[in-house]
Design a binder for this molecule. Structure first.
Ligand code: ADP
Length: 511
């Protein structure tokens, strides 16, 4: 029998050692009678329960164990008392302040030689912190699973394709939308399988662009057509963003493809309308030149007829004047070529061809347009100053479209000077290289100038101050220059009139 308190006389050294050992343990140690009455409790047990051994003796189990755990504990304890089996359970025990804490409770029966239980030794270890941790972990895992499900649902319902690729670009994941659109199977789409759905015309440029992103680790986007399950193609904006580690290495690529088919169709029809309008504007501006162009073609034609007559006469003389005839034939050829040049230039400007950018010499383009308008310029008594830069880098542009812009600016300048009688009519055409490397062309005049209030309005379609003006010239010109990645604007000219200028990207910058 172990006394709970030293009672008077010197204590048995074994008991003293046991007591010291029990008090040093970070757990509750209890000794109980075979029927479960507390005989001894170490300091931790007394402190935790807030009751002396005497007080505990009078306790019922129900005062100690959490009601939810109680039935099981009683059942187990009854079993152990009856059989002498070891008691081992986890349940919540009430602390002195009323709070319950989880304990791992182990009870070992001490038996005599005949196997009769003499007492029970209990060791109750506080596992509340561990339990809390486990509960938290379980809760976190459940939340994680739930949020994974939510995320998956979100990814699958996002209006577009969502994908993930390894650092080398091989695709590891695609959302449900991709499979719905393409009708592909998962294993066929992974890796580079998805690329079989790119439009043949987009496959090479998209492949090159994607390789560029993979090499640079930069985010980017690209427009390409992808084939659906019904074999039709739709335009998609394909965006890719890398996930980088601390050292800037790509860990993974994430991407989203958005359907831009409707926008593309709208752009295409807008481009068609713009090109129709541009053609109308071109025909209109050439219409303004018709009289002088007819005159210009007529001149060499009458020269040809005169020369041919002269030639005939020289050949009819006896002996024929061969040297003179040769000279007149030479002049006939020259005039023929002149007329043919004018017609060639006209046909090029009238032709309705698809716009196609190429390296373009702005000086040459300007000279050709000036040649076309030269008769008109002479007729209007305009003095032209050319200031074309030498070694001008070539622009990246569609020749016909740019010539249309130049012609527009020339004709506008001519009209702005038509009513001048107080000062000479002067026109400047200049080219230069911008600080940015872009090439620039400007057309200045000594005409009426543009009212500062109208500086933006004149670029709007159908704004005209002229009685017969259509007001589309400048708006078409600006949309042409914009579509080339350049800019068109107006400034006041030193000579009192207006100066229109545009820039175009240089061809070399694209190489
Ligand atoms: P339109 O020539 O048919 O009027 P534009 O779009 O070419 O159409 O020009 C719009 C307006 O811009 C002109 O009506 C005119 O008022 C003004 N404008 C264009 N060029 C000049 C210029 N060189 N000097 C003064 N005003 C100009």
């Amino acid at each position: 029998m172990v006394e709970t308190e030293p009672s008077g006389g010197p204590e048995d050294p074994t008991i003293a050692t046991f007591r010291a050992l029990a008090d040093a343990m970070p757990a509750s140690v209890l000794l109980m009678t075979p029927d479960g009455q507390v005989e001894y409790a170490n300091q931790q047990a007394v402190a935790f329960r807030g009751a002396s051994v005497e007080e505990q003796r009078a306790w019922k189990t129900a005062q100690l164990i959490h009601p939810d755990d109680l039935p099981q504990a009683i059942e187990r304890w009854a079993h152990c008392v009856a059989t002498g089996d070891r008691f081992e359970m986890e349940y919540r025990v009430r602390r002195a302040d009323g709070a319950y804490r989880w304990f791992h409770v182990r009870g070992q029966p001490v038996k005599d030689a005949a196997g009769v239980i003499l007492r029970w030794c209990f060791l109750d270890v506080d596992i509340d912190d561990r339990k809390q941790g486990e509960a938290l972990l379980a809760q976190t895992l459940a939340e994680l699973a739930a949020s994974k499900l939510r995320l998956r649902a979100l990814i699958d319902t996002v209006p577009g394709f969502v994908w993930q690729a390894a650092p080398d670009g091989s695709v590891e994941f695609l959302n449900q939308r991709w499979f719905d659109y393409t009708g592909m199977q998962l294993e066929d789409a992974l890796g580079s399988g998805w690329t079989s759905r790119i439009h043949p015309a987009d496959a090479t440029p998209l492949g090159a662009y994607w390789q560029g992103l993979l090499a640079s680790g930069q985010p980017g986007s690209f427009e390409a057509r992808l084939r659906g399950a019904d074999d039709s193609y739709r335009w998609f904006l394909i965006r890719a963003v890398p996930l980088l580690d601390d050292t800037g290495r790509v860990l993974r690529w994430y991407g989203q493809n958005t359907d831009i088919e409707d926008r593309k169709q709208a752009e295409l029809s807008l481009a068609r309308v713009r090109s129709e309008l541009a053609h109308v504007a071109r025909v209109a501006s050439l219409g303004a030149l018709t009289a002088s162009i007819a005159h210009e073609v007529n001149q060499p034609l009458s020269g040809i007829i005169t020369n041919a007559n002269t030639c005939m006469r020289m050949l009819n003389t006896e002996p024929p004047n061969l040297a003179g005839a040769r000279e007149t034939v030479r002049r006939t050829l020259r005039d023929g070529n002149r007329a043919s040049d004018v017609v060639k230039r006209l046909r090029a400007l009238f032709a309705r061809t698809e716009a196609s950018a190429e390296p373009l010499d702005l000086n040459e383009a300007a000279r050709e347009v000036l040649a076309l308008a030269s008769a008109e310029l002479d007729r209007a008594d305009v003095c032209v100053h050319l200031d074309l830069a030498e070694r001008l880098p070539r622009a990246w542009a569609d020749r016909v479209q740019v010539q249309q812009v130049i012609l527009n600016l020339l004709l506008n300048a001519l009209e702005a000077m038509s009513a001048l009688d107080d000062r000479p009519k002067r026109l400047w055409v200049g080219t230069s290289t911008e600080g940015t490397g872009n090439v620039r062309l400007s057309v200045g005049d000594s005409g009426t100038g543009v009212d500062p209030q109208d500086v933006e309005r004149i670029f709007q379609a159908f704004h005209s101050t002229k009685r017969t003006g259509m007001g589309v010239g400048l708006s078409v010109s600006r949309s042409i220059i914009d579509s080339h990645g350049g800019a068109l604007w107006v400034e006041a000219s030193d000579a009192g009139g207006a100066m229109f200028a545009f820039t175009l990207p240089r061809a070399e910058a694209r190489a």
